[in-house]
Ligand binder design. Structure first.
Ligand code: SF4
Length: 292
């Protein structure tokens, strides 16, 4: 099987067998995301996917986990996806779960019943970037959804029995929009009540000037290390989740945290406060070790 590069997957899918059901991202307009800018969106023909699945089922017959790529396979027609999921279930007898990226623009096209049909075929975890719960920022970054819209599609998926793995991006609102970005993001996360929640930290590299001047407009200033830790603190202190694995271990973050909320909330807040009190602390990831 040959992959159409570039290929992305969440870190937690490192041990999953990846199949490209679609190529690229059907939305492909989020201003902070360059993942699929080099690809045109395409739903791969069933026969091509079938060839890959057949080959892999011979090589790895005991596969237990599958990840569907690229950016948003749920944008494919439902009957196509059902056929693909049935094929995978037939071909891998030990299969336990299938996961994929999802976005608000494709998830809103699927009904509760369709999502239940996917769930019945072992689709289990959806990875979805909330990015921010602030409507003004969602518009600026061209996410194609409002905060209420993101909550609605995520709740629909959860009601269908799927598990949501969601994340927000620290720093997206810059210095001036920092507080509103985080407080609104916590409201959205609470309303979704996902199974997994993570933070990433905005890293723009060579696009920093473009993001500051052309996209966010006058006076926008990126947050620094301390402000990033302050954002995590504001975020965690507002979370009222019922049972969620929380993490900021992604390499873009300055402070790696992991725990279960609400159980570990006090401990997580204490860890952030310790780091905030000593910005040279070994707890904090050095700039050179950060990456996307
Ligand atoms: S929906 Fe996801 S993959 Fe597509 S452009 Fe936005 S962030 Fe990137």
């Amino acid at each position: 099987m040959e992959y159409d590069m570039p290929l992305f997957r969440p870190p937690s899918e490192a041990r999953s067998l990846i199949f490209q059901v679609t190529l690229g991202c059907s939305w492909n307009r989020c201003v902070f995301c360059a993942m699929y800018k080099t690809k045109d969106y395409l739903v791969r023909p069933f026969e091509d996917i079938e060839r890959d699945v057949m080959e892999m089922s011979r090589r790895y017959p005991d596969t237990r986990k599958i990840f569907l790529a690229d950016g948003d396979p749920l944008a494919a027609p439902t009957d196509h996806l059902l056929r693909v999921l049935d094929l995978m279930n037939r071909s891998f007898p030990a299969l336990e779960r299938i996961s994929t990226y999802a976005g608000p623009t494709n998830l809103r096209l699927k009904t509760l019943h369709e999502l239940q049909e996917f769930r019945a075929r072992k689709l289990d975890v959806l990875y979805l970037g909330i990015e921010t719960g602030n409507d003004r920022l969602l518009k600026k970054i061209r996410k194609g959804a409002t905060a209420d819209g993101i909550v609605e599609v995520c709740r629909k998926a959860i009601d269908a029995g799927l598990r949501m793995s969601t994340f927000i991006i620290l720093g997206l609102g810059g210095v001036e929009g920092s507080y509103d970005h985080i407080k609104d993001s916590a409201k959205v996360a609470n309303a979704i009540d996902p199974h997994f929640l993570a933070t990433l930290t905005l890293m723009l590299g060579p696009y920093e000037k473009l993001y500051e001047e052309e996209i966010m407009g006058g006076g926008f200033k990126l947050i620094d290390k301390r402000q990033s830790l302050q954002e995590v603190r504001w975020f965690v202190e507002d979370l009222t989740l019922t049972n969620c694995k929380f993490g900021s271990e992604h390499a873009s973050n300055y402070l790696p945290i992991s725990g279960t909320l609400p159980r570990d909330k006090g401990e997580i807040l204490r860890l952030i406060d310790t780091a905030l009190a000593d910005m040279s602390s070994r707890l904090i990831r050095p700039e050179w070790a950060r990456g996307l």
